[in-house]
Design a protein around this ligand. Sequence first.
Ligand SMILES: [Zn+2]
Length: 88
Amino acid sequence: MASGWAPEGAVQEQIDASIKDAIKKARSEMPVGESLKHCEKCDTVMPQARRKAVPGVRFCFNCQSELDKEKTTFAGINRRGSKNSQLR
Ligand SMILES: [Zn+2]
């Protein structure tokens, strides 16, 4: 059913954008190789599209974004730490 006020495409575009972003990140960080059929972390079945889009993929989208978040946080702490390293 067509709804005039909330285009479904907008949400899909956002999802596509974040997936593309994650893929771009994953590509630069992951070794190219065999894609796993199941997520290494939570054992979720990897969608064929993801395995195709990300060669050597090891984690599902959820786990990968969690890892990316952790990495980003860690990098942020590191950066701050080196800037202000006289804490002791
Ligand atoms: Zn997972």
